[in-house]
Design a protein around this ligand. Structure first.
Ligand code: FES
Length: 139
């Protein structure tokens, strides 16, 4: 029986077109939602890296503004909540409250200059909705 509830899916059910490498300039990011999960990709040194947009510290999105994922120096990914810093190429946290943890990398499929989110990989848990949790606590 098919499950039509995207939030309850456990795997990416098909390839999703992400972008062409040439669509992004150096360290430019791109955001996308699939199956009610957020992800982002970033180009660095002619490589494309993609991660689920969920900070390992609290399971909330890294960015508070669209497309804003980098620290002030533009060298590292930075979580806007508590400032955790992550290597672009590995997703490893090298500063902040979750040092040693990693962003959850996304497997990409490349066809020429085009990149796709590869089918079959596990989906992360849905993002934590802090506002909804706070409102529940008030009940
Ligand atoms: S939620 Fe990202 S550093 Fe705390």
């Amino acid at each position: 029986m098919d499950n039509d509830n995207a939030s309850e899916r456990s795997h990416v059910e098909r390839d999703y077109f992400l972008c062409r490498l040439s669509d992004l300039s150096e360290r430019q990011t791109l955001e996308l939602d699939i199956n009610e999960r957020q992800l982002f990709a970033i180009r660095q040194n002619d490589q494309l890296y993609a991660y689920w947009n969920s900070c390992p510290h609290m399971g909330i999105p890294l960015n508070w503004m669209p497309g804003k994922f980098l620290d002030l120096d533009g060298e590292l990914l930075q979580c806007s909540a508590h400032g955790a810093l992550f290597q672009i190429e590995s997703g490893e946290c090298i500063g902040g409250p979750c040092v040693g943890d990693e962003l959850s990398a996304i497997a990409l499929k490349q066809e020429g200059d085009q990149y796709f989110i590869a089918a079959g990989q596990p989906l992360p848990a849905p993002l934590v909705n802090l506002r909804a949790a706070a409102l529940r606590d008030l009940d």
